[in-house]
Design a protein around this ligand. Structure first.
Ligand code: ATP
Ligand code: MG
Length: 335
């Protein structure tokens, strides 16, 4: 990373305003050449200005290299245009990446910690194409699968597979949804041309298999709706929602956010787990080519949990700020 990176810092609403400052505190310890650009978006802005994101905000986002994002509460407005969907579309971030990896001493729903896989979800088409028709007695949603869309997500997945164990699982439902033949065949072609080992699974079988044999998987690539469901389900393998990071990546921009929402039930109490946000920041460091720093963050998170400095979702009594500070201190010790 030669020149200075510009990172938009969007805390958003609710616990986003608590967990993002914790992530920034950890990031700051490294003293990297990063210019932070704070930006207010979401419900708070909507209350003040009647709009959650405007063209100027999009210009600011586009002037940055990437975004570190908290969460946004959806305003009670029938005409509300989703901030996240707007950003994803405007910045053309077509890949949603969710690492599913256990943390030391935390076990999720099946009580295991011998898995480590990544879900790569196509983020622009499939069932979420927004091409819909509503009639009195019937409604339709068009499921879009394009060659271009399939090819670029397959390339992203293969790139990740090559950095890992060269093992790609293509998840689809082409026996029923014929549109998935395009997805499956394109992914196979790309994997062949990139020399990535691959197999395919029907999505229903995959749901069962991920809960039963999660250790079998390395990189999983799938379409939008299936990826949405499988990635939330897989977060349960790890444990708290407060531990799950994610990235949205395109050819130019990237966007890093914890999987959880704005946690209205715990917002303002200072007890939100900042680890998902801190691990999202870690994914940002990886995207910037800062693997060494990213590894330090992960190690620091592990040490903090091992010392039992945890928020109530993990059974501890520490605050968001205390956990963030403990992780920042561990990072400092390792530098
Ligand atoms: P939104 O509409 O913003 O998505 P939500 O009601 O869906 O909000 P989430 O933020 O998705 O709420 O959270 C779901 C549940 O998980 C809530 O009970 C919340 O308190 C809990 N939770 C979410 N994030 C965290 C976190 N970082 N630490 C602890 N608990 C969390
Ligand atoms: Mg939610």
């Amino acid at each position: 990373m030669s020149e200075k990176m510009r990172v938009a810092i969007v805390e958003g609403d609710g616990i986003g305003r608590e967990v993002i400052p914790a992530a920034v505190e950890v990031l700051d310890v490294f003293g990297l050449p990063i210019e932070k650009v704070p930006l207010e978006l979401g419900y708070g802005k909507w209350e003040k200005c009647g709009i959650a994101i405007d063209d100027n905000d999009l210009d600011v986002l586009k002037s940055c290299d990437c975004v570190l994002f908290g969460a946004i509460t959806t305003p009670p407005d029938p005409n509300y245009k989703s901030v996240l969907l707007t950003i994803r579309k405007e910045l053309d971030m077509y890949a949603n990446i969710r690492p599913i990896k256990p943390l030391p001493g935390v076990t999720g729903v099946i009580g295991r910690s011998d898995f480590d896989f990544v879900i790569v979800r196509e983020n622009t088409e499939g069932m979420y194409s927004s091409i819909e028709e509503f009639h009195e007695d019937v409604s339709y949603t068009k499921r879009v699968v394009s060659r271009k869309g399939s090819e670029r997500i397959a390339r992203t997945a293969c790139k990740i597979a090559k950095e890992r164990h060269n093992d790609l699982t293509i998840v689809h439902k082409s026996n029923v949804l014929k549109s998935d033949n395009m997805f499956l065949n394109t992914c196979r072609e790309v994997a062949e041309s990139e020399n990535v080992g691959h197999r395919d699974m029907l999505v229903d079988a995959m749901a069962y298999s991920l809960m039963t044999y999660p250790e079998r998987y390395d990189v999983v690539v799938t379409t939008n709706l299936f990826g949405d469901i499988l990635s939330d389900m897989s977060a349960a393998l790890v444990g708290s929602l407060g531990l799950a990071p994610s990235a949205n990546i395109g050819d130019k921009y990237a966007f890093f956010e914890p999987v959880h929402g704005s946690g209205p039930d715990i917002a303002g109490k200072g007890i939100a787990n900042p680890i998902a946000a801190i691990l999202s920041m870690k994914m940002m460091l990886e995207w910037m080519g800062r693997q060494k720093e990213a590894d330090i963050v992960e190690e620091a998170v592990g040490r903090c949990i091992t010392e039992n400095i945890t928020t109530p979702d993990l059974g501890g009594a520490a605050s968001t700020i205390e956990v963030g500070r403990a992780i920042a201190n561990h990072v400092r010790e390792m530098l």
